[in-house]
Write a protein that binds this ligand. Structure first.
Ligand code: CO8
Length: 303
């Protein structure tokens, strides 16, 4: 069996996708300042028993977190911050706007764009969701409200989705005479199967969190609370479980699963072998064995 090298597996770097957003005419035309970015998209690095958990918060209440150019630009900066923070073991994506996760494309801004600008913007949005998907650590979407159109497409790019029972999720693009253009037409069938995905995309139907859980669109559903953060709280619980494990092992597991799903089984085994090989000489692997023998919890350092 031929071993694949890691550069072959990481075929597209995140930097490549971010460059699209940080260069060119549109980046220059954004009116948002760094401060505005900080307000619309927040980054928190949790500490103590939650160390290793990074949280991106979407905070654009006036448009229900819809993706304007400046919002996406701020989002890319936030993703850079989390990716560059060496201590990140798992990321949570949440909304700070009550009752909504993300309303998808900014339809008001979209109306002002020419067709060629729309084409470029949607292409960049596709790169944006791919850049979330290819983050090296697990990403959990905490869906505490409406996730519609591009908002759900973004959640589909995450590894795990948790919804509140009152959340509303749907790829509603055909209602607007378009199709899911940020990877949704490709990711949804892979997650819930082609027949159900076709039904949901053709009808543009919106499901609540309980219905979404029944068809495997979200991993878990929780009852909403008065703070509208029930899905976030559940996401933190899962993130704590992940953060306690060997971080290099978790990253390699994500890589092996994601890349393995794109190839035939034998190539998948080769990818698994390559990923396993990255762990053989880590201090964490020995720490896991020692902790077992000494009957204590392991203390993984990501080394
Ligand atoms: N764009 C711009 N403004 C929006 C959007 C949006 N998508 N959604 C809501 N707003 C604005 C409203 O216009 C309103 O503004 P104003 O106060 O000035 O009238 C304000 O937000 C509050 O909205 P509502 O009063 O409607 O608030 P509700 O709580 O009653 O409802 C909903 C919230 C359910 C989110 C509702 O606003 C809604 O259905 N919005 C439209 C959602 C939609 O159709 N999204 C699909 C867009 S198409 C798309 O996403 C294509 C994908 C592109 C790729 C993106 C990849 C990442």
């Amino acid at each position: 069996m031929r071993l694949l090298s890691l550069p072959q597996i990481y075929h597209k770097s995140l930097a490549q996708t971010f460059i699209v957003w940080k260069s060119g005419r549109k980046a220059a035309s954004t009116s948002s300042s760094a401060n505005d970015h900080g307000k619309e998209v927040t980054v928190d690095f949790l500490s103590e028993k939650r160390a290793g958990i990074s949280v991106i918060g979407m905070n654009r209440p006036k448009a229900k977190n819809a993706f304007s150019f400046s919002f996406i630009s701020a989002f890319c900066d936030a993703l850079d911050d989390v990716r560059n923070e060496k201590g990140t073991r798992v990321m949570i994506l949440r909304s700070l706007v009550k009752g909504v996760f993300c309303a998808g494309a900014d339809l008001k801004e979209r109306l002002t764009m020419k067709p060629d600008e729309v084409e470029e913007f949607v292409s960049n949005l596709r790169s944006f969701t791919s850049s979330i998907e290819s983050l090296p650590f697990p990403v959990i979407a905490a869906i505490d409200g409406a996730a519609l159109g591009g908002g759900l497409e973004m959640a589909l790019a995450c590894d795990i989705r948790i919804a509140s029972n009152s959340a509303k999720v749907g790829l509603v693009e055909t209602k607007l005479a378009i199709i899911p253009g940020a990877g949704g037409s490709q990711r949804l069938p892979r997650i819930i199967g082609p027949a159900k995905a076709k039904e949901l995309i053709f009808t543009g139907r919106v499901l609540d969190g309980t219905e979404a859980h029944k068809i495997g669109l979200v991993n878990d559903v929780v009852e909403q609370n008065d703070n509208y953060d029930a899905a976030y709280n559940k996401a933190v619980q899962i993130a704590e479980e992940i953060a306690a494990n060997g971080p290099i092992g978790v990253r390699m597991a994500k890589l092996a699963i994601d890349k393995g799903l794109q190839v035939d089984l034998n190539t998948g085994y080769a990818i698994e072998e390559t990923c396993y090989a990255q762990l053989l000489h880590t201090k964490d692997r020995l720490e896991g064995l020692n902790a077992f023998v000494e009957k204590r919890a392991p203390r993984y350092k990501g080394e």
